[in-house]
Design a protein around this ligand. Sequence first.
Ligand SMILES: Nc1ncnc2c1ncn2[C@@H]1O[C@H](COP(=O)(O)OP(=O)(O)OP(=O)(O)O)[C@@H](O)[C@H]1O
Ligand SMILES: [Mg+2]
Length: 553
Amino acid sequence: MLKDGQLYIAHSDNGNINLVGNMANRHGLIAGATGTGKTVTLQVLAETFSQAGVPCFMADMKGDLSGISQPGRLSGFIEKRMPEFGIENPQFAGCPTRFFDVFGEQGFPMRATVSAMGPQLLARLMELTEVQAGVLNALFRIADDNNLLLIDLKDLKLMLNFVGQNAAQFTTQYGNIAPASVGAIQRAVLQIESEGGDKFFGEPAFDVNDLFAVENGRGVMNVLAADKLMLNPKLYSTYLLWLMTELYATLPEVGDLDLPKFVFFFDEAHMLFEGTSKALVDKIEQVIRLIRSKGVGIYFITQVPSDVPVNVLAQLSNRVQHALRAYTPQDQKAVRAAAQTFRANPAFKTEDAILDLGTGEALVSFLDEKGAPSVVERAKILFPLSQIGAITPGQRMDIQAAAPAKLKDYEKFFDRESAYEMLTEAAQKAEEEAEKERKALEKQKEKELKEKEREKEKKAKSSKKGVGRTILGTMIAAAATSFARSAGTRIAKNIGGKSTKSSTAKKSTSTKKSTTTKKSSSTLGTAAKKATKTAVNTAARKVTTEILKSIFS
Ligand SMILES: Nc1ncnc2c1ncn2[C@@H]1O[C@H](COP(=O)(O)OP(=O)(O)OP(=O)(O)O)[C@@H](O)[C@H]1O
Ligand SMILES: [Mg+2]
């Protein structure tokens, strides 16, 4: 709690333990076994920041953090501790809170676009191999070079189809694009989709500036409902990682501040590092190192400190270590390692104390005014002034209803023109063109056959109307060649005797023609079928080749 302008967090035999405001952006760690008090410690820290006017972001893994929005109340446990904390009459109060939910169920949606997420994080999300990640990277460059927006998963899927179908042409400029890799990425996209990832990508994309609200001098608590999200550790950690990098990219350098501008709590932090490539861990480390000069403090919450890579751990200076259990030799090793990260207190043995701590008790070491880690203290963590434990769905709805209109706009999903629409439109155009080509060919064939196949070599001559498109249009049309081919095949079948089912005026005219042809001679029909099929395919291939030549020459 904020007491006499201090960020009062815990109490030991040696007095109050305060987090030093201008050191709070030097990051922190809350560790401890299940049920030892990590979430409540996070809540105490966060509400203290809120009281000091610092907005925070936190993921709510079990729903219990939602209580931060409501005033707390006395319990026997709290009453017993009050005298020790020097608190006589606690002013229970909730913090201004906003709820978010990637799935849009328990809070405002927090979407990201595929391109904002970027190939590196997506590769991690999809658990791609290095080679597959390279292909994904090439796909992003191809999209970029051609102004194709990658917003949602359907953009990504159609782009994958397009790149896969034209792999040979792209290889020269963008490196090898193996069909097997494209296939693997396609399967991974389907997997994400089946896990609800389609809700996660799209627009309106979340603007991190909406996290910095302060209401009546109190920092707003941005709580991400993560109970469902955490069932997919990759999605959860990739999303939070994206948010962290967005914060980093958005915020300006601010130098040393009396208080952080923003604090980001990263619960179940071990998920962030499991199965993460060395390159990405390095990137995380770099972001954490640099983000503090932007006034952002990052606090990891995890069971044992060794869950966090040493280089990252070294940057988490403000530490709260709750009890650990040591049932196995491996546990004992973890306890020893945790103990060694503290500056020893001659009054007790750190290692023994870690095993002996009760609920809501912890070993605490914060940075002092000079930025040096203080000697570790065995302390009791304050109780929160907000409610411990989950709120009701009704309370949640009331909070959402009272939120600013800007946040409600996140519920208005929209789907603007992007790669999917552009590629689909181009595919339709290409199909129309194939139809035109088919008609021209049909006419020509009729003439040729009537003239007793006098000029056989001319049969494949196609009209090249429409080739003079824009670069983008032509590139897109290449993607549509397969549509054109299948259209050509279908049309060839119709000429061979089956009537077309198309209802458009254009198509019914051509049907009449082909029916006439059929009536005049059935042998004619068979010959036409064969010849036209070959001709259409050749023409379609020819158009594709020319289009691609025009782009890549
Ligand atoms: N500082 C505290 N003041 C008052 N009560 C506390 C405090 N710390 C913990 N408690 C009590 O202990 C319970 C368990 O704490 P908490 O939920 O924070 O544990 P946890 O370490 O987050 O557990 P898990 O790993 O299962 O999430 C709380 O519901 C609360 O009743
Ligand atoms: Mg917890």
